[in-house]
Design a protein around this ligand. Sequence first.
Ligand code: GLY
Length: 353
Amino acid sequence: MIVLERGPEPAKQTSSVAAGMLAPISETLATEVPLMRLGLASVQAYPGFVEELTGATGMDTGYLRCGTLLAARDGDEAEALSRELALRERFGLTVHRLRASEARRLEPALAPTLRLALDVPDDHAIDPRKLTAALAAAFTRVGGELRTSARVAEVVARGERVTGVRLAGTGEQLSAEHVVMAAGVWSEEVDGLADEARVPIHPVKGQILRLHDPSGPGLLTRVVRFTGGYLVPRGDGRYVLGATMEERGFDTSVTAGAVFELLRDAFELLPSVTELVIDELSAGLRPATPDNLPAIGPGARAGLHWAAGHFRHGILLTPITAQIALAGITGEDPGELAAQFAPSRFSGIPVAA
Ligand code: GLY
């Protein structure tokens, strides 16, 4: 089996917009109930997934069962939060409405101007970089071969069946019974597929700041989300502040305006954000499909599977994506949730046997 990850050229690879929120309850919009169900299934799988990875590698994944607060700064935002609360209550999810004073008792760094907050105790976080390193180590320990600087030029087919990939540069051909397209926004640059056999994916830029508190952990223990952004604690004094949503093609420049707006919005809720030290500014590209839902499972060409288009939810959906993709490869039942995320919804072509 070959899994095409990121690419196509190492030089073109960008960091993703992966802050590591495992937050299906906080993040889901009223229009995204199937996505919420998929996210909930994935967070349920997370503890076992992390335990297995840590057991196999001895590596920490930065999994932090920290909970999340949704914060409102003014009357409009408070009203929007009340609607969000009602939606989650309809689904029997655990969300508590907190007065500003109650929220500030939980997180004293929140500004006195806070209007309202929702406590979502079951939405957590993980460190995507640590998770990725642990996954790579686990993969190689079981004999997987990881080629980190190879660019895939095209998928190769015999008749209607995909049989492998050809690498750029050397032209080396790698054969496989199954190929998984997990190349994010770069999927479109892998040749060898007709348009109707593809999942359309476009980039949505997100700028992000990585920060740390020189005085150590404790400023914030929960993820705090607000209109326009979020601040995610890593539990060790490091924080991620994100993220913009921009339609700018493959541009990954970091702009002063975006950094200003993210810091300004965070400052209104958490004034001490200005005391943090900036470690890194970056921009990543979220892989978005036309319906903003991921494409997971067998596609229109036999032998080619998709694990792509996860937009804002790649880290959250990692365990459930692996389960559904694997079921497609082994021919097992992927479960009733999987049907809504079938790649074939974009081609109209029935899934290949
Ligand atoms: N997953 C976080 C973001 O897309 O901003």
